[in-house]
Design a protein around this ligand. Structure first.
Ligand code: SF4
Ligand code: SF4
Length: 460
């Protein structure tokens, strides 16, 4: 029916759109969220590796309802306008990508495409067919590796098309079948498999920053209210300042918490975004096995990527955890009267904006708690034009800093320019990747401080 409609002129979008809504590949989008929902709409679907589900190499390998969804595209260009990679001049245009998938499904060349081209890639040089390989023939490999998985395109798309799923499906094929991952991807994946850390660090050193802060290490058989999971950011000297600030806040509020210590291994989030589902599932089983030996009520983390994996993606593997972002947890402590932070005059006088991490906002719907917390301590947040669910990405997700596909400018430069436009002195953040990306911007720029650092300063 889709192939027939594809040749049927103007009715094709109406027909494909209606059928797409009826058979949407993410039916969970239309259901009310429940506690035990196995695959929330923002979690990638788990492929069955034993059944050789190794991603998508040719158009025919997409599920039929994914193919139908591509055909529903009305070429409005909203995804293109929202895409940070496109804005930075990297070779990715989500609208063109979806149209290339439609062309590949029907067969033919992209020479009829009339919209803005993919930056740096001329129109008319690529062609495909349902049974022909997509990468290189229809779509350049750099296109799929430029994506930060920020979901801005998915958020904007009026036809509810799932671009990120399609991109990760193609990455899976490149990683698991072709064994081709650019840049630092391969070494990172090898490190994850061999050491449980993305950079190959000694995982025993993950909590070295906490030794003078009386932070207890979790013990099997001893229940704690909160298990603090630091993630890879714990090895980064800059992010250690955030974690130290958070530990001071928890100490001050008298929270019963512990860290996992030398047994903490990576969630595997980056491996999954890079298409290495095997390494992701290996990392997830290892960490779930470790967590099963400890007793805790909830997990708190300052890393939205850790949060998203543990809260949403481990469910499909049988791991159900209550996970809170540190900003939401601190907001709860303030609301319960356990903390009474008050921003010093020096902070209250500064213009502070808040940059929403994609994996906290768009992926987990949490945009209010950090703002409420900042407001409670006396900080007035000046909003950037793109904020909340429509915030612009920092460029740090999806393994993009590892694959490092060049563009005309860097995504974090664009985000810092957003902050400068509203005259911000400080950009408040809530993610180790955002911190690293935004602090990496050279030249004069606003100070980048985690919300935990602002709260800790307001307690002094
Ligand atoms: S997820 Fe983000 S970077 Fe990737 S195509 Fe969509 S808007 Fe662009
Ligand atoms: S936002 Fe959706 S409908 Fe519009 S061009 Fe992008 S994929 Fe097509």
């Amino acid at each position: 029916m889709t192939f027939g409609a594809a040749k049927g002129g103007p009715m094709k979008h109406a027909m494909a759109g209606l059928l797409h809504l009826a058979f949407h590949p993410r039916q969970e989008r239309f259901k009310a969220k429940t506690e035990n929902e196995v695959v929330p709409p923002t979690a990638l679907k788990k492929p069955v590796l034993d059944a050789k589900e190794y991603g998508v190499g040719k158009p025919v390998e997409f599920r039929w309802n994914q193919l139908l969804s591509f055909d529903a595209c009305v070429q409005c260009g909203k995804c293109e306008a929202a895409c940070p990679a496109f804005a930075s001049g990297q070779p990715l245009n989500p609208k063109k990508l979806i149209q290339d998938l439609v062309t590949g499904m029907v067969g033919g060349s992209d020479s009829q495409y009339a919209g803005s081209p993919t930056p740096g890639i001329a129109v008319g040089n690529h062609s495909g067919a349902p049974g022909k390989p997509l990468i290189s023939q229809m779509i350049e490999a750099d296109t799929i590796w430029s994506c930060t998985t920020c979901r801005a395109c998915v958020q904007e798309c009026p036809m509810l098309i799932e671009h990120v799923d399609a991109i990760v499906d193609m990455r899976r094929n490149q990683t698991l079948v072709e064994d081709i991952v650019p840049g630092k991807g391969p070494i990172t994946l090898a490190n994850l498999r061999e050491t449980g850390s993305q950079n190959g660090y000694d995982i025993g050193a993950r909590y070295d920053w906490s030794v003078d802060l009386q932070v207890q290490v979790a013990q099997p058989g001893r229940f704690v209210d909160v298990l603090l999971i630091a993630g890879e950011g714990a090895f980064d000297m800059r992010y250690q300042r955030t974690l130290r600030a958070l530990a001071k806040v928890l100490n001050k509020a008298g929270v019963d918490y512990a860290v996992l210590g030398s047994v903490e291994t990576d969630t595997g989030d980056t491996a999954r975004r890079l298409g290495d589902e095997a390494t992701f599932q290996q990392c997830a089983s290892k960490l779930m096995n470790t967590l099963s030996q400890y007793q805790f009520r909830r997990i708190v983390t300052a890393d939205p990527h850790v949060l998203h994996s543990l809260r949403n993606e481990y469910r499909a593997l049988g791991g159900y955890y209550e996970v809170q972002h540190h900003t939401a947890f601190m907001a709860e402590l303030v609301a319960n009267g356990k903390l009474t932070p008050k921003a010093a005059a020096v902070l209250a006088d500064k213009k502070i904006t808040y940059h929403d991490p994609c994996y906290l906002g768009r992926y987990n719907g949490e945009t209010e708690a950090p703002r409420k917390l900042l407001k409670t301590i006396g900080i007035k947040v000046v909003e950037m034009e793109r904020h909340g669910m429509r915030a612009r990405c920092c460029g740090g997700g999806g393994g993009a800093p590892l694959t490092d596909i060049p563009g005309k400018q860097r995504i974090p430069d664009i985000r810092i320019a957003d902050a400068k436009t509203v005259g911000a002195d400080v950009v408040a953040v809530g993610c180790p990747q955002c911190t690293a990306m935004l602090e990496g911007v050279v030249g004069e720029r606003p100070e980048v401080l985690d919300v935990a650092e602002l709260v800790a300063a307001a307690l002094e």
